[in-house]
Design a protein around this ligand. Sequence first.
Ligand SMILES: Cc1cc2nc3c(=O)[nH]c(=O)nc-3n(C[C@H](O)[C@H](O)[C@H](O)COP(=O)(O)O)c2cc1C
Length: 203
Amino acid sequence: MKHVIIYAHPSPKSFSSKLKNALKLTSDERNWETTIRDLYEMKFDPVLWPVELAQLSKGEVSDEIRKEQELVLDADIISVIYPLWWAGFPAILKGYIDKVLAYGFAYKAGSNGIEGLLKNKKVYLFTSMGNTIEQYESKGLIDAFKKIQGGEIFEFCGMDVQAHQFFPEIPSASDEEINHHIDKALSLFEPNEVIPIVFQNDL
Ligand SMILES: Cc1cc2nc3c(=O)[nH]c(=O)nc-3n(C[C@H](O)[C@H](O)[C@H](O)COP(=O)(O)O)c2cc1C
C-alpha cells in the first residue's frame, strides 16, 4: 500500500504535527510505503500565477506539480492533515489542491458530465480547530465542511473519502485530550479484525 500524507501546518509544535508524526509511525508499522508532503517545509507556492493558469488550460504543468501528481496517482491512501483557518483550508493547502488536482489529471468533462479520474484511492481528512463541534453544528457547518472539503474536492475527483475527523478546541486541549484525539485518528487505520471462517458440513 502506498500512503501519501499531505500535511499543511507551519509549526512542529502543533497538534497537526503530532498527528502527522503518529500517523507516519502507524503507517510504517503497517509496512505501507509512506510519503509525507510537508507543504511548508517544501515551501510550496500556492499562488496560481497567470503563466500557470495558461499552462493548465493547455493541459501542461511544471515538473514540480507533475511530481506531486505522480505521487497522488500512485497512492492507495491519502491522508490530509490541516488546521481549520477561517472555516477553510490554510492557503498553502488550497493552492496545492488548485495546482495538483488539475483538469485532465484529476477530472475531465465527459459525455455524462464531469468524470473523476482518480479512482481506487481512500482519503482521510483530519481537521484541527479552535471552536467546538457544537458551535459549528448549530450552523450546519460540520456537514458543510464535509461536503465542501471532502465531497466537492476529493470525491469530485473520483476518490473515496473514508473519514473526515474534526478535532475541536485544540488550543486549550490537555495532553490527555490530545492523545485521545490522536488515538481516535489512528484507530481508523487498525488492521481489520480477522473473522474466523466457519465451514459447515451440509451433508
Ligand atoms: C489564521 C487562523 C484562522 C483560524 N480560523 C479558525 C476558524 O475558522 N475556525 C476555528 O475553529 N478555528 C480557527 N483557528 C484556530 C485554529 O484552527 C486552531 O488553532 C488549530 O486548529 C489548532 O490546531 P493546531 O495545533 O494543529 O494548529 C484559526 C487559526 C488561525 C491561525
